[in-house]
Design a protein around this ligand. Structure first.
Ligand code: ADP
Length: 501
């Protein structure tokens, strides 16, 4: 065992080699900062291992490596079929190492293993394959103006892209950013979240094995305020793509202004879910559950504000409560019967508990949960799924993003009121609505201020479909064809065909 690797056995018995260094130029190296970050298992609060944490000098080294790789003909001039092959190879390797990656994700983040393996890893693989398919289909246009002049456009990579990812879907968020950036020929310095530093380092080993030239993908762990800020401010970085909280997104925007970096921000939300009087209530209950309780409620698009027509309010609340009690089984994330594992960190656990106190203090009615769940092993950051009803629009629990298994329910009288209250938020990420009236469904969907609307579902996401927010939920889109626009510049080339002015 060297300082840069350690042999680990996960709680499910899976043995593997965990890298611990910074991944620069296809090698794991020690941090010049001399700093480390401890990675904590949220299920029992034990330390899994520690990893090297980048300081500004390490960020400089990674950015230099990415710049050199960007200018190197082995990447810059690569045939786009060969670039596609590299991405396909990368996807195949992820598939081959799926069990290890899913194990690390669950151990470090706390999400159920079935979710890591079936959902997160499936998403990672399909995202990389989807963008592999695009690598040889990035092209511009010829624009006819007159017989004397020809103009055409080429879509060129932006350059060195800084990518800052969150802890709720570490590998999936990495894939959403790596896929489009690589398929368009950029180079990358990615910074993982300090709460979940492990899976991304294992992914780095597959970057090298897939055959990407050194420096094309560099991966750092490090504190947000240190390594993340150094990346956002760096004059040698052309773009910052960020997923995380709205407050941090605003800081990043300011720092990125230093050299007017291109930015993509995917930030917070307080997404509404509307249940109209003509809804299929069974469907509404099921989707409302998954919409807020999936991934321990740690989802930026979680439909955390449920608004129900007054005529079906009582029925919805009682059915929803029953469904949550039956399905939201809290437990060991490596157990097959678990729906909900621990919150990712003590800080998040305490944050959710503080909102429970705020809800009680403000006079909302607690109808389910509302306390830590201590039945797993007496330790860990588990919280009982929590439902508040009779919530007023000015309460903190109605307005602020909690990011936990925590939902508020309120009633409305008319469609107009439902739309107004759905839009009465600084956020605009997702919104769900339930109605059996097709006209109403489309009418309301158009009026909701959100990047994504789900009619009769919640939190559907697909690699082929653009994802992102409006208002303070973000700028730009990821996934789908729209995701490619975030990683290319359109260059116009004018050609004078005649001997004319
Ligand atoms: P959360 O509050 O849920 O932890 P953050 O938005 O703070 O979410 O974190 C998301 C990502 O942003 C993480 O990788 C984190 O390290 C990074 N980050 C946090 N603060 C900063 C900052 N000031 N500058 C750059 N990156 C940051």
């Amino acid at each position: 065992m060297s300082d840069l690797f350690t042999e680990l056995t996960a709680p499910n018995g899976h043995k593997y080699t965990q890298p611990r260094g910074l991944f620069i130029n296809n090698e794991f190296v020690k941090a010049q900062s001399g700093q480390t970050i401890a990675s904590i298992n949220p299920s029992d609060e034990s330390e899994i291992t520690s990893v090297h944490a980048a300081g500004p000098e390490d960020v400089n080294a990674a950015v230099s490596a990415a710049r050199k790789a960007f200018e190197d003909p082995s990447w810059r001039d690569i045939d786009t079929n060969a670039r596609a092959d590299l991405l396909y190879k990368f996807a195949e390797l992820i598939e081959k190492h799926r069990e290890t990656l899913a194990t690390i994700e669950t151990w470090d983040n706390g999400k159920p293993y079935s979710v890591s393996y079936n959902d997160d890893l499936a998403e990672v693989i399909s995202t990389i394959k989807y963008y592999a398919g695009y690598a040889n289909k990035i092209h511009g246009q010829v624009i006819d103006t007159s017989p004397a002049k020809l103009a055409y456009t080429v879509r060129q990579p932006l350059g060195v892209c800084g990518q800052i990812i969150p802890w709720n879907f570490p590998l999936a968020m990495a894939a959403w950013k790596l896929g489009p950036a690589l398929c368009t020929g950029n180079t990358i310095v990615m910074k993982a979240a300090e709460q979940t530093p492990l899976s991304i380092l294992y992914l780095a080993t597959l970057v090298k094995e897939a055959g990407f030239p050194p420096g094309v993908v560099n991966i750092l762990n490090g504190e947000g305020r240190v390594a993340g800020a150094a990346l956002a401010k760096h004059e040698g970085v052309d773009k910052i793509a960020f997923t995380g909280s709205t407050a941090t997104g605003k800081e990043i925007m300011k720092m990125a202004a230093v050299n007017m970096k291109n930015i993509t921000l995917e930030t917070g939300g307080k997404s509404p879910l509307l249940v109209f009087e003509d809804a299929d209530l069974d469907q509404a209950v099921k989707w409302a559950h998954v919409g807020i309780m999936y991934n321990q409620g740690q989802v930026c698009t979680a439909t955390s504000r449920i608004l129900v027509h007054e005529s079906v309010y009582d029925k919805f609340v009682s059915e929803f409560k029953k469904y949550v009690s039956q399905v939201s089984v809290v437990g060991d994330p490596f157990s097959d019967s678990t729906f909900q594992g621990p919150q990712v960190t003590k800080a998040q656990y305490e944050r959710v508990l503080s909102y429970i106190e705020a809800g009680k203090a403000d006079g909302a009615e607690l109808v389910h949960g509302g306390q830590p769940h201590k039945d797993v092993n007496g330790k860990g950051f588990f919280i009982a799924p929590t439902i508040f009803t009779n919530v007023k629009d000015d309460m903190r629990i109605y307005r602020e993003e909690v990011f936990g298994p925590f939902v508020v329910i309120s009633s409305f009288k008319t469609e107009e009121e439902a739309i107004e209250r759905a839009n009465d938020t600084t956020y605009g990420l997702g919104a769900a609505l339930f109605t059996e009236n097709i006209t109403r469904g489309h009418r309301v969907a158009r009026r909701i201020e959100a990047g994504m609307v789900w009619i009769n579902s919640s939190n559907d996401s697909d690699v082929r479909i653009p994802f992102g927010g409006v208002k303070q939920s973000g700028i730009g889109r990821e996934l789908g064809e729209a995701g490619l626009e975030a990683y290319t510049n359109v260059k116009a080339i004018h050609v004078n065909l005649g001997n004319r002015l």
